[in-house]
Design a protein around this ligand. Structure first.
Ligand SMILES: O=C(O)CCC(=O)C(=O)O
Length: 271
């Protein structure tokens, strides 16, 4: 049983909170085994992120690109499992406490991050999801123990209180995405070590990311979902939302050029 009061206070102060042992080992194994089976022959058309197609074969991410929106693939092994966990009642309960309003699901993803894989430089999720007013929320479920040795998550506590920062160019030798949001003055990026089954919840304006998996042989797999308030006035057109009962909810598409004035197509692709 989680203590939502403590978690909600930590979340409000820092922009993130960790729920230890949120999912049981057998639940984590169910997710891990489904995704490993799905990925056994390499990238899956329309499910694996197509941006990775151009990678050299020697790049560990060429065989193990992240999978995007697996919950939409009801005819594949990962589809029903992703839908089940994305819409899990325990997540709804936690997010409702954190957000103080009804959450709806907008995205699911699975990151394999095998040994040697690059990370994803520091960024803010709401740069992409463009929820307004307010922000989006992430549920990051550790499928393996995740720490600095295998490219675990880093967060910048308190950075959820700042506006969306226009990204700079990332060093693509350490990051598979090209956007980088520098750590604001007087703040620092800190590691969040997680055990398999722990969940990191974080605010869509929190600066966060990860660095390469420098281990010899450890995966750093994660099942990641994004949620938005049901009452949001706007959301990027690239995301479709579902209630926790699986009912489609329509949120008007975000308008204008985005926080940084970039063309919508460039900033809103699922990240
Ligand atoms: O898992 C990672 O390495 C980064 C994930 C992330 O930053 C995100 O889902 O927004």
């Amino acid at each position: 049983m989680q203590n939502w009061e403590i978690m909600t206070k930590a979340f409000a102060a820092n922009g993130f909170a960790v729920a230890r042992g949120f999912f049981q080992p057998e639940e984590v194994a169910e997710i891990r085994e489904a995704f490993m089976e799905q990925a056994k022959d390499g990238p899956v058309p329309h499910l694996s992120d197509g941006h990775f197609q151009t990678l050299e074969k020697s790049d560990p991410l060429a065989f193990y690109p992240r999978m995007m929106h697996p919950h939409n693939h009801s005819n594949k092994i990962v589809g029903p499992i992703s839908m089940k966990y994305m819409l899990d009642r325990r997540i709804k309960e936690a997010l409702t406490a954190i957000m103080g309003e009804e959450p709806v699901a907008a995205q699911s993803m699975f990151y394999f991050k095998p040994a040697g894989a690059r990370g994803q430089e520091l960024h803010q999720d709401n740069f992409y999801l463009r929820v307004s007013p307010g922000t989006c929320y992430a549920m990051w479920l550790a499928i393996d123990d995740a720490d600095e040795g295998n490219g675990g998550m880093k967060v910048v506590p308190g950075s959820h209180t700042i506006d969306i920062v226009c990204p700079e160019k990332a060093d693509m030798s350490i990051s598979f995405t090209d956007a980088y949001v520098p750590v604001p003055k007087d703040m620092e990026a800190v590691p969040v070590d997680l055990k398999a089954g722990d969940v990191l919840f974080f605010n869509g304006s929190l600066i966060h990311g990860s660095y390469p998996n420098t281990s010899k042989d450890r995966f750093r797999r994660a099942f990641i979902c994004h949620y938005v308030p049901r009452a949001s006035a706007e959301l990027s057109q690239y995301y479709a939302t579902l209630t926790f009962d699986g009912e489609t909810v329509s949120i008007p598409p975000a308008t204008g050029g985005g926080a940084c004035g970039a063309p919508v197509e460039e900033v809103s692709a699922p990240h």
